[in-house]
Design a protein. Structure first.
Length: 431
């Protein structure tokens, strides 16, 4: 590594350690790199803007964000929770199961773990805490763990970003996330049943069987969103970006016409909020694209690939090592930074070792999402603690078994690639 690159890393990591926003820290490091290496500072604007303008796939990110915002404006949360309660609320630890199922369904609308946590998190946690049914820490912990499923089951904003840097099909990445998301949900529900039995959590109020058809009918409109999204992509009618636009329009139509839950004031507030969220993501992406230019200039990816090739590392060993690294990094850095800066360093090595890039992308997203609930800096823990006013210490005390369960599921999908690749191959993937 050259002196300018070392200086760039020191400045970036130093500013990040001081809690400077990651995008600004990357820009500062990049500027000092260009100065130290005698390159034109105009590259700061050139590389950032060219990358954004060339990335048509990035247009799907704000569309997924706005679709999730429109869905939250209606009575979607209440309808979905009522449906899930009728489905699994009758079992031991019922509201815990409702929590997981609701997050799986909501995952098909938002594509964001934080959106899932904020969207249904407070509602379901309040239900679980009512009359002391579940301890506060447990209710918050299972909500955080279930929110991880959001960016794994399509649509998935992190997978869109991975597709950008890896040149992998978004459609097959989305398909690859379906079974891992279901596996995580199943593992969480099994642990919830065990914990509920061991700790004697009460059964929820049983919904009469006669009410299940009506609750299902009320939930059908929001349940159709992921079907429309995936059907458009895999039916060949739309590209992923066009499908995101259709999903946003469908969500808007539901909120305005079906639920009559949105007026002009609400619409304006939601669009502005989605715009702010998109701007934050856009700035991080732009800075990461500039940072990737520097990494490529230093030939770092090729050096990493060649060093691993010389060691004759087995693909499974490489994947397990990457798991450990990204689990640690995931609790220190946000997902966008890892996907756009760190993962590109590993892609040449993955190709060199014959690792399937759809498999690699899905398990890396799972890694990074688990990092969001890993103490001491798991972002989702802080989000839920702030929303629900539950002490962080109580959440951390309860979160460890859920992390262990999700890591176990991660090891399974790492060791058995067919968990990820079965559905993509069923629909034509040749990897």
């Amino acid at each position: 590594m050259s002196y300018p690159f070392i200086l760039c890393l020191v400045i970036f990591l130093g500013l990040a350690a001081l809690r400077v926003p990651v995008a600004f820290a990357m820009y500062a490091g990049a500027i000092f790199y260009l100065l130290a290496s005698g390159q034109d500072l105009g590259l700061v604007a050139g590389q950032s803007l060219n990358g954004l303008f060339d990335g048509f796939v990035l247009l799907s990110v704000p569309l997924f964000i706005i679709a999730a915002s429109f869905m939250s404006a209606g009575t979607v949360t209440d309808r979905l929770l009522g449906f899930c309660q009728a489905l699994v609320g009758r079992f031991r630890g019922g509201l815990g199961h409702v929590n997981v199922i609701a997050n799986i369904i909501f995952a098909g609308m938002s594509g964001s773990a934080i959106a899932d946590a904020a969207g249904i998190g407070k509602v379901i946690i309040d239900m679980m805490r009512k009359n002391g049914r579940f301890p506060d820490g447990y209710a918050a912990a299972i909500t955080a763990a279930a929110s991880v499923i959001g960016p794994i089951i399509p649509p998935s904003i992190p997978m869109v970003l991975y597709a950008l840097v890896s040149d992998t099909s978004i459609g097959y990445l989305f398909l690859g996330g379906v079974m891992p998301g279901m596996l995580l949900g199943l593992c969480l529900m099994l642990y919830n049943y065990y914990a509920a039995t061991k700790r004697n959590f009460p059964r929820d109020e049983i919904v009469p069987l006669s009410e299940i058809p009506s609750r299902t009918w009320y939930a059908i409109p929001p349940l159709m969103l992921p079907i429309i999204l995936l059907g458009g992509i895999y039916g060949g009618a739309t590209t992923p970006t066009e499908a995101a636009a259709v999903a946003a329009f469908y969500a808007l139509a539901l909120a305005v016409f079906a639920y009559r839950a949105m007026d002009w004031k609400t619409y304006r507030a939601l669009v502005l909020d989605a715009g702010r969220g998109t701007a934050v993501v856009g700035v991080i992406i732009a800075s990461a694209l500039l940072f990737n230019y520097i990494v490529a200039s230093e030939n770092i990816p090729r050096l990493v690939a060649m060093s691993l090739k010389g060691l004759e590392v087995a693909p499974l060993t490489f994947l397990l090592g990457a798991n450990v690294l990204f689990l640690l990094l995931g609790c220190l850095f946000d997902a966008t930074t890892l996907l756009l800066i760190v993962i590109p360093l590993f892609l040449p090595a993955a190709r060199e070792l014959g690792v399937d890039l759809v498999h690699f992308g899905v398990i890396m997203v799972v890694n990074i999402m688990i990092g969001l609930i890993t103490p001491p800096y798991g972002v989702l823990l802080f989000v839920i603690s702030g929303i629900c006013k539950i002490p962080l210490r109580a959440i951390i005390r309860e979160i460890w078994p859920f992390i262990a369960v999700e890591v176990t599921a991660l090891v399974m999908m790492t060791a058995f690639p067919s968990i990820v690749l079965w559905l993509p191959r069923l629909l034509g993937y040749k990897g």
